[in-house]
Design a protein around this ligand. Structure first.
Ligand code: 13P
Ligand code: SF4
Length: 357
C-alpha cells in the first residue's frame, strides 16, 4: 500500500505522513472487506485518502450513480452529508455511513423545505429544480434534482420557460446565462416589510401574493444560497495570474460567480475539470475550486504545471479523515437515516435526474 501511494503522492504528501496513512489504509481495506462495504470518495478528499481507500472517486453525479448501482451491504461516503443522504435515498435497506458528523455544506444549509413550499405558493405551477447540494426534505419538495454537470440538461428536460432553481445563486446564474434566460430573485422583487409581532397569538404572518412573471425568453427564479468556498474567487484573482502567466488555462467550478466563470477558459463539474487538465496541452493550469482537488490533479498529472492561487479548503470536506473513516467502519457511525415519507419523495427527484443521464 505504501508503495502504491508513494508512486502517486511522493511530491504531494510528506513521507512520514504517507507511511502512517498507508497503515491506516490497510486496516480500512481489511474492515471494508469484512463488512462487505463500498467506499465512495468525492474529488475533494485529501490526496492520501483519495488515492488509497475509495472503490470509486468522482463528482456528485458520478457518485450518485455508483450509489444507485452498488450491491454491497454498507456504503461509506467520504464526502459531505447531502451526498451520503443521496446514497441513502437510493438504498433504503443498506447502511450508509458518513465518517464525520460535521460534514455539512453552506449551500445545503441555505434553504429549508418551508422555503421551497413558500416559493411554490408564490409561483404556482412552476417546476422546481433543486441542486443535489440540499438535504432530503428540500429534495422532497422538488420536481427534479441536478448537479453541476447536468444542470442545463435537467432544466431543458422540463420543457418549461419558467423554472424555480434552488438554492445556488451562482450555479443558477451560470445556467441561466448559458441558456440565454433571465434570472430573478424573489427578495429583490418585493422587499419584505418587517413582520409585526403582535404579542397575542404569535407572529402575524402575511402570505405573499404570487409574483408576476414577465420576460420574453426563459425565466429562472433563483435563491440566494452560495458555496462558501467558491464565492471567494474573484475576477481580479484571474487577472493577476494571467498578467504573470498569459497562456495559463483557467478552470472554474460553476459554483463560482458568473463573472468568474465568464473570465475563465473552462467551467465545469469537478470531474469535467479533471478531464480538461488531463486532455489539454496548456503550459499552466489554474483550477478555481477546493484546493485538495488541485493536489489530486497535480498528483495525477506530474508533468503538468499547476498554479496555486491560495489554499481554499472546504471546511466540511476537510472533516473527513482516514482516521474517522476507520472509526466509521469499526463503530458503525455515523448512520444516515431519512424518514420514509421524505425519502420516497426525495428519491423520486434524484431518480428523475439520474434517468436524464
Ligand atoms: P461536483 O458535483 O462538481 O462534484 O460538485 C460538488 C460540490 O460540492 C462542489 O463544491
Ligand atoms: Fe458545499 Fe462548497 Fe463545500 Fe461543496 S465546496 S461541499 S458546495 S461548502
Amino acid at each position: 500500500m505504501y508503495d502504491k501511494m508513494r508512486a502517486k503522492l511522493e511530491k504531494v504528501v510528506p513521507d512520514v505522513e504517507l507511511r502512517i496513512k498507508a497503515e491506516i489504509a490497510v486496516e480500512i481495506n481489511a474492515l471494508k472487506a469484512e463488512r462487505n462495504a463500498v467506499i465512495l470518495g468525492h474529488n475533494y478528499m485529501e490526496p492520501a485518502l483519495f488515492y488509497s481507500i475509495p472503490d470509486f472517486v468522482g463528482d456528485s453525479l458520478d457518485l450518485s450513480r455508483k450509489a444507485a448501482q452498488t450491491d454491497k451491504d454498507v456504503i461509506v461516503f467520504c464526502g459531505v452529508r447531502f451526498m451520503a443522504e443521496t446514497a441513502k435515498l437510493l438504498n433504503p435497506t443498506k447502511t450508509v455511513l458518513l465518517p464525520s458528523e460535521k460534514a455539512g455544506c453552506s449551500l445545503a444549509a441555505s434553504i429549508t423545505a418551508q422555503d421551497v413550499r413558500d416559493l411554490k405558493a408564490r409561483f404556482p405551477g412552476v417546476p422546481v429544480v433543486t441542486y443535489v447540494n440540499t438535504y432530503a426534505d428540500v429534495k422532497a419538495e422538488s420536481d427534479i434534482c441536478c448537479t453541476s454537470s447536468n444542470a442545463m440538461a435537467v432544466v431543458e428536460s422540463l420543457k418549461s420557460d419558467k423554472v424555480i432553481f434552488l438554492p445556488d445563486e451562482y450555479l443558477g446564474g451560470n445556467v441561466a446565462r448559458e441558456m440565454g434566460w433571465n434570472i430573478i430573485f424573489p427578495d429583490a422583487l418585493t422587499p419584505q416589510p418587517p413582520l409585526p409581532i403582535t404579542g397575542e397569538g404569535g407572529n402575524a404572518l402575511t402570505p405573499q401574493p404570487p409574483l408576476p412573471i414577465t420576460g420574453e425568453g426563459g425565466m429562472m427564479i433563483g435563491w440566494r444560497g452560495r458555496c462558501e468556498v467558491h464565492e471567494k474567487f474573484t475576477v481580479n484573482d484571474i487577472q493577476t495570474v494571467r498578467a504573470q502567466f498569459p497562456d495559463v488555462a483557467v478552470l472554474s467550478h460553476p459554483e463560482c460567480s458568473p463573472d468568474v466563470t465568464a473570465a475563465s477558459d473552462f467551467s465545469g463539474s469537478t470531474n469535467a475539470m479533471i478531464k480538461f487538465v488531463k486532455e489539454s496541452k496548456a503550459p499552466q493550469y489554474l483550477v478555481l475550486t477546493e484546493c485538495a482537488m488541485g493536489d489530486n490533479i497535480a498528483a495525477a498529472n506530474p508533468e503538468k504545471d499547476m498554479l496555486r492561487l491560495c489554499m481554499v479548503r472546504c471546511p466540511h470536506m476537510n472533516t473527513i479523515t482516514m482516521e474517522d473513516t476507520l472509526s466509521a467502519l469499526k463503530l458503525n457511525r455515523y448512520v444516515i437515516e431519512v424518514p420514509e415519507d421524505i425519502r420516497v419523495r426525495a428519491a423520486r427527484s434524484v431518480q428523475r435526474m439520474i434517468e436524464i443521464g
